[in-house]
Design a protein. Structure first.
Length: 213
């Protein structure tokens, strides 16, 4: 590991809004110390918790956190360099309702308890991204999953999986920026990640799906 990365990781450890759950084998069967205690011990409120998987620099968590101060947001990513930027912005903006967790997405069953998460966001993921197999276990009743992607094949595959597994498809569109003027869609358009802006400049369609178990 280069000196810059080592320095960065040492800096991240001092941030009050960045937590880390080790991915080494010794921790595979262990639970994160805040499991079932996120509201009480970290956020110190009973507000809904929204999870952003593979959050990158946290643009979505930050944007949503600013718009919804009465909700809590957790961005998860394994890349410390990405998280660092989002964490710094959150600190500068004094956003107490946002934090970041550095770990692998596959570990989140060890991080959250049943019904602890109200909503999940997945924005422009690698189509090979492994989804948690038991999201239903930590999503609250009527909890929702949101997917934004520029990949039509991934979009269609997700719709097919929703159908096969008889999940509740709430809304979907093949072109988010050319749809009816619904209030919740306008909010989705206002918050754009780096990749979303890039894809829009390339005149790519942005696909969106919202569903629940």
């Amino acid at each position: 590991m280069g000196k810059n990365k080592l320095k960065l990781y040492s800096i991240i450890k001092t941030f009050p809004n960045v937590l880390e759950f080790p991915i080494e084998k010794d921790f595979l069967n262990k639970c994160f110390y805040l499991k079932s205690k996120w509201n009480k011990e970290f956020f110190k409120n009973e507000n809904q918790i929204i999870l952003e998987l593979a959050c990158g620099k946290g643009e979505y968590s930050i944007g949503m956190g600013e718009k919804y101060p009465k909700k809590n947001f957790i961005g998860i990513d394994i890349k410390g360099a990405r998280i660092c930027k989002g964490a710094l912005i959150s600190i500068e903006k004094n956003l107490k309702n946002i934090c970041f967790l550095r770990t692998k997405i596959e570990r989140i069953e060890n991080v959250f308890s049943k019904n602890e998460i109200h909503e999940i966001w997945i924005t422009f993921p690698d189509p090979q991204l492994k989804k948690p197999k038991k999201s239903k276990t930590f999503l609250s009743k009527n909890g929702t999953i949101n997917l934004k992607t520029d990949n039509k094949v991934f979009y269609e595959f997700t719709l097919e999986m929703i159908k096969i597994n008889k999940l509740n498809l709430i809304y979907h569109t093949e072109n988010l920026y050319n749809t009816e003027n619904l209030k919740f869609l306008e909010i989705l358009k206002e918050i754009q990640t780096y990749y979303e802006k890039k894809f829009l400049k390339e005149n790519k369609n942005i696909f969106y799906i919202k569903f629940s178990f």
